[in-house]
Design a binder for this molecule. Structure first.
Ligand SMILES: Cc1cc2nc3c(=O)[nH]c(=O)nc-3n(C[C@H](O)[C@H](O)[C@H](O)COP(=O)(O)O)c2cc1C
Length: 168
């Protein structure tokens, strides 16, 4: 049995560590989710980004419970998915951790509804909040796409807990 190797097990017999290790084999892209609430800008790095539906156009992200950005999205009911280009490691790191000054010194553009658009990204996808579902220690935020554009460039790749060509 695969999970006989587990040190700590949940009621199902699967440990979070083994689950994390197994899922780390699934390579993903990386995006920074941005929003604004009461004049304050928020942003977080995610790899839990999945397209969900074409008709209507829906996607989902999964912020952990307590995420400041997740909370701001529930208030503002708007967010932008900024898909990172392979060379944007600094941007990836900037939006991890508890730093209120994440946007300091950045040259920003803004969407029509005032949300920050990060420069140099390979796609920008603007969403309005469609639904929020529970998901264990995370929540599932579903966005309806109201505008999107893709640009040239190679994607950032996250695999086995690190960025290809970088660190995370
Ligand atoms: C490559 C990468 C992917 C990440 N994906 C997620 C994710 O999908 N969901 C999440 O809650 N945190 C994710 N994180 C961690 C968050 O970026 C980090 O906890 C951040 O500080 C949350 O910001 P906030 O609490 O201010 O919203 C990821 C971090 C990295 C480096």
């Amino acid at each position: 049995m695969l999970n006989q190797l587990n040190k700590t097990k949940s009621e199902t017999g699967v440990s979070p560590e083994e689950f994390r290790r197994s899922m780390s084999k699934f390579a993903t892209g990386v995006a920074v989710i941005t929003t604004a609430d009461s004049g304050i800008l928020y942003g977080m790095t995610v790899n839990s980004l999945t397209s969900l539906s074409l008709t209507p156009c829906l996607l989902l992200i999964c912020p952990k419970l307590g995420s400041a950005t997740g909370h701001a999205i529930r208030n503002s009911r708007r967010f932008i998915v900024n898909v990172l280009e392979a060379g944007q490691q600094e941007l990836c790191q900037r939006f991890v951790g508890k730093d209120a000054k994440r946007f300091d010194g950045m040259e920003l553009q803004f969407s029509a509804d005032g949300l920050p658009l990060l420069q140099g990204c390979i796609a920008h996808i603007s969403c309005r909040l469609h639904a929020v579902h529970p998901g264990g220690d995370h929540e599932i935020i579903v966005g309806e796409v109201i505008d999107c554009a893709g640009h040239h460039g190679d994607p950032m790749i996250f695999h086995e807990g690190r960025l290809l060509n970088g660190v995370a």
